[in-house]
Design a protein around this ligand. Sequence first.
Ligand code: DQA
Length: 147
Amino acid sequence: MTSILVLNGPNLNLLGTRQPEIYGSTTLADIEAMCHDTAKTLGVSVTFEQNNVEGAMVDLIHAARGIQDGIILNAGAYTHTSVALMDAVSSVEIPTIELHLSNIHAREEFRHTSYIAKVALGVICGFGAHGYVLALQAMAQHLKASS
Ligand code: DQA
């Protein structure tokens, strides 16, 4: 079965209470449940992870090699700073979709830069929690088309 890793970065464990005017009131547990429901309808399996530590995220991306067919990556603030995460994505050669709840391009200037986008298959942002559904659909479609 096609396997997709959904990897969430720093502060996303606080979704639901963290700046709900920007990120909405859906919790990460709700999003995880949505991802599993969506995976079921798409006929794929999802592994859902969240980590606040950059190096631990690098390790999770490395561990995906040979196991996961695609990665959906909401790297949080590391999106805008982390050459290490960009290199990890390039190194494992697993198609990766960059995802954000908020429209990072409509926010502060420093959020307009993404290291992940440079190595990503595509970017989805601005659709709140529904973005996870969109990203899973896009990844499942991509993997089907390229198999
Ligand atoms: C975010 C956007 C980032 O700029 C921010 O640092 C986050 C969340 C989003 O999902 O909108 O932590 O990745």
